[in-house]
Design a protein around this ligand. Structure first.
Ligand SMILES: Nc1ncnc2c1ncn2[C@@H]1O[C@H](COP(=O)(O)OP(=O)(O)O)[C@@H](O)[C@H]1O
Ligand SMILES: [Mg+2]
Length: 472
C-alpha cells in the first residue's frame, strides 16, 4: 500500500498552505484592523480549508502512486487502484493506465515473437547448439538433442561434450571469438558410432538475452560421405573387374597378330579363352544393368503376383543344361499354391536363378541341391531371424558344398564381395549375384536369411509376402 495522508504529513502540508494567510490575519488583528473574534474565526476557517486542501492533495498523490505501482507490478491484474480525488491527478492516473496498457501489449508481442523464434529453431532439421561465453552448451534444439542422445532438458550429453572438446571445433570457436566472424570445421566423431559432422560456428554480438554467445550449426554428413565412398569404391571395382578380362583379350589379340600368327592350333586355344573372357565381360555388364534397373525401382513396391511353385519348375527347366554340365542333382519339395503377392515374377526368377547358380557353382561337384517351398508361419523364426508378422512364403536353396565361413556371411550381399576371390572369378562369378538378390528382396519387403556350417553346405532362404491359395 502507498503511504496515506499520515498525520505529520497532513499537519506539515496544512501549515505550509495556511502559513501566509494566517500571518496576514495576525497582522490585521495586531494592527487593529480586524477584531480579535473575527480574526480567530477567520484563522480557524483558514486552517480548516488548508487541512481539507492538504488532505485532498496528499490523498490524490497517494492514490496516483498506488496506481503507478500497480502498473509497474503487473498491469491489468487485480483490482484497479481507487481513482485520485483531484481531477488533474485523475487525468495523470488515466494517462499512466494507458501507457501501462500499451507497454503490456508490446511486451506480450515481444514474448510471442520470442516464442515463435524458439519454435522455429526447435523445428529446424539441422542440429543447433547455443554456447555461453564459457563455451558450455546453454540450449540444443530437437535435432541436436536427437543427434547427441540428449534428454528433453539437455541432460547427459557425453557426445556433445566430446564434440565441443574436439580440437578442430575448439579452434573454430577460438577463431570465431577472436575475429567476430563465422567459422567452419569438419569433425569426425569415432564413437559411439562413426559420425561425420560439418560445423559452423557463428559468434553472437551482442550476446543473446540468455547469455548465448555462439551458435553452433551442425550438418550430419555421415550418410553422404558413406555414399560418396561407396560410389568411388564401386567405380574402382567395376573398372578393375572389366580391366582384367579386357587385358587378357587384348593380350591374345597381340599374340595372334605377332608370335602366334599362322599357328592354327594356338589360335583355336586362344580364341576359346578370348570367348570365355568376353563372356565374362558380358555377364558383368548384364549384372550391372540388372542391378541398376532394380535399384531404380527399389522404392516402389511391385504390383503383380507370382506362383512360386511354377516359377521354380520353369527356372529348373531353363537351367537344366547347366545342371547337367555340373553333374548335379536338384531335388525339390514344393507346396503347391504358394502365391507371392505383391511380387514381380521376373525379379523373383532372377533371385532363384542366382541362388541356384551359386549352389551349383560353389556347391560340391556332382552334389545335391535342394529347393524347398512352403508357407511361412507369421512371426516364426528362420536361422535366428524373426519373420514378419504377416502371411508369406519361404523359398530356400540348400547345397552340400564346403559352406561359407561364419565371418563372411554378413558381407556376402555387398557388391563384388567374394569369399575366395580367385576361385569365384575362375568359376565365372561376377560378385554381383547376391547384391541383386538382396535388392529384389528389399523391393518386395521380404527377407534373405543365409545359414551355413563350414563343410556342410549353405542354405539361402527368402521370405516373400503372399497368401496360400487353392490350386488354380
Ligand atoms: N552356395 C554357396 N556356397 C558357398 N559360397 C557361396 C555360395 N553362394 C555364394 N557364395 C559366396 O558368396 C560370394 C558372392 O556370391 P555372389 O554375389 O552370387 O557372387 P558370384 O557368384 O558372382 O561370385 C561368392 O563369390 C561365394 O564366395
Ligand atoms: Mg552368384
Amino acid at each position: 500500500m502507498s503511504s496515506p495522508a499520515t498525520l505529520p504529513r497532513l499537519t506539515g502540508a496544512t501549515f505550509l498552505i495556511a502559513g501566509v494567510p494566517a500571518a496576514a490575519l495576525a497582522a490585521l488583528v495586531i494592527t487593529g484592523r480586524l477584531g480579535a473574534l473575527e480574526g480567530f474565526l477567520a484563522l480557524v476557517a483558514t486552517f480548516l480549508s488548508a487541512a481539507i486542501l492538504a488532505w485532498l492533495w496528499l490523498e490524490s498523490l497517494a492514490r496516483l502512486t498506488q496506481a503507478m505501482r500497480r502498473a509497474m507490478e503487473g498491469p491489468m491484474e487485480g483490482l484497479p487502484a481507487p481513482p485520485p480525488l483531484l481531477p488533474a491527478a485523475a487525468d495523470v492516473a488515466e494517462e499512466v493506465h494507458r501507457i501501462t496498457r500499451s507497454l503490456a501489449e508490446r511486451s506480450a508481442l515481444v514474448g510471442q515473437l520470442r516464442r515463435a523464434d524458439a519454435a522455429i529453431i526447435e523445428a529446424l532439421p539441422d542440429p543447433l547448439v547455443v554456447l555461453g561465453a564459457d563455451r558450455a552448451p546453454l540450449r540444443a534444439n530437437r535435432a541436436a538433442r536427437r543427434l547427441f542422445g540428449l534428454s528433453e532438458n539437455g541432460g547427459a550429453g557425453g557426445d556433445l561434450a566430446a564434440l565441443l572438446r574436439h580440437p578442430k571445433l575448439a579452434s573454430a570457436i577460438d577463431r570465431a571469438l577472436a575475429e567476430g566472424a563465422a567459422q567452419s570445421a569438419d569433425v569426425v566423431l569415432p564413437v559411439p558410432v562413426l559420425r561425420d559432422l560439418s560445423a559452423q560456428v557463428i559468434p553472437l554480438d551482442p550476446p543473446l538475452s540468455d547469455g548465448g554467445r555462439m551458435l553452433v550449426v551442425l550438418v550430419d554428413r555421415t550418410r553422404e560421405r558413406a555414399v560418396e565412398r561407396m560410389r568411388a569404391d564401386f567405380v574402382a571395382n567395376v573398372s578393375h573387374e572389366l580391366r582384367t578380362p579386357l587385358a587378357s583379350v587384348m593380350g591374345f589379340i597381340e599374340t595372334l597378330r605377332g608370335p602366334a600368327r599362322g599357328d592354327t592350333e594356338a589360335a583355336d586355344r586362344f580364341l576359346g579363352i578370348m570367348s570365355e573372357q568376353s563372356d565374362r565381360m558380358r555377364r558383368l555388364i548384364d549384372d550391372l544393368l540388372d542391378l541398376s534397373r532394380i535399384e531404380l525401382v527399389e522404392h516402389q513396391p511391385p504390383d503383380g503376383e507370382c506362383d512360386l511353385g511354377q516359377l521354380v519348375r520353369a527356372e529348373l527347366e531353363g537351367m537344366s543344361p547347366i545342371i547337367a554340365a555340373r553333374g548335379a542333382t536338384v531335388l525339390t519339395d514344393l507346396v503347391e499354391g504358394c502365391i507371392a503377392r505383391p511380387a514381380d515374377a521376373g525379379q523373383v526368377g532372377q533371385v532363384l536363378r542366382n541362388l541356384l547358380e551359386n549352389a551349383l557353382r560353389y556347391g560340391r561337384k556332382e552334389g545335391t541341391t535342394r529347393i524347398l517351398l512352403r508357407p511361412a508361419a507369421p512371426g516364426g523364426l528362420v536361422g535366428g531371424t524373426r519373420l514378419p508378422n504377416r502371411p508369406g512364403h519361404l523359398l530356400s536353396v540348400t547345397d552340400d558344398g564346403p559352406g561359407i565361413p561364419r565371418e563372411h556371411i554378413p558381407r556376402l550381399t555387398e557388391r563384388f564381395y567374394r569369399v575366395d576371390k580367385g576361385r569365384a572369378r575362375h568359376a565365372g562369378g561376377t560378385g554381383l549375384g547376391l547384391a541383386i538378390v538382396k535388392h529384389v528382396v528389399n523391393r518386395h519387403r521380404g527377407l534373405l536369411v543365409i545359414e551355413s556350417e563350414e563343410g556342410q553346405g549353405a542354405t539361402f532362404t527368402v521370405w516373400l509376402p503372399g497368401a496360400q491359395e487353392a490350386e488354380r
